[in-house]
Ligand binder design. Sequence first.
Ligand SMILES: [Zn+2]
Length: 205
Amino acid sequence: MEWACLDLLNSDSRGCTDRSRDDDLLDDPRWLEGFLSRWGFQAAGSPDAGARASLGALRSLLRRIVMSFSAGEGVSARDLARLNEFLEASPAVQRIREVEGGYAAEYVPLRRDWAWVCAEIAREFAREMEHGEPSRFKMCANPACRWFFYDESRNRSRRWCARDCGNLVKVREFRARRRAAPASSPDPTVPPGPTRGTPPGETRH
Ligand SMILES: [Zn+2]
């Protein structure tokens, strides 16, 4: 399943040196344009500074909420109130209309502006809080990646994004242990034999 909220969460890659980019994508007009068209929000038009600030604030809020669900905690009353501020900033009406073979009940936003974009993203997350399992939103355990993903594994045990981060972290930990260990004392975690000294994950390259 595709999530606009994950796209927004992953737009901040500052300090994430294991990703292809290491910056804030909200500052990149081309990325923002792509974001709008990916999620059907083109009607909002070009973002101004206020729109970027709102998206940034929503991103920080969602990140905090995801982390609190990950930690097994509920959302704080303050964050719930903030989520409501984003939802309430976009007024909508309901109506029913005739469609082929029946009727469709609709929820129609009164304005399709940037407040609407933020409200739609907030609503996507809020619906998962209502009907789904928000604790399945997770951040990659690689501190140099921090990619957000939705864990669809049966036992919800996934810790890493899909970029081989688990292996990358194991290799780094292995190297750090080797550097820390005195040269004369053999590392008990390394099996003896011809593979000795080859970090895990590098044997296949
Ligand atoms: Zn990762």
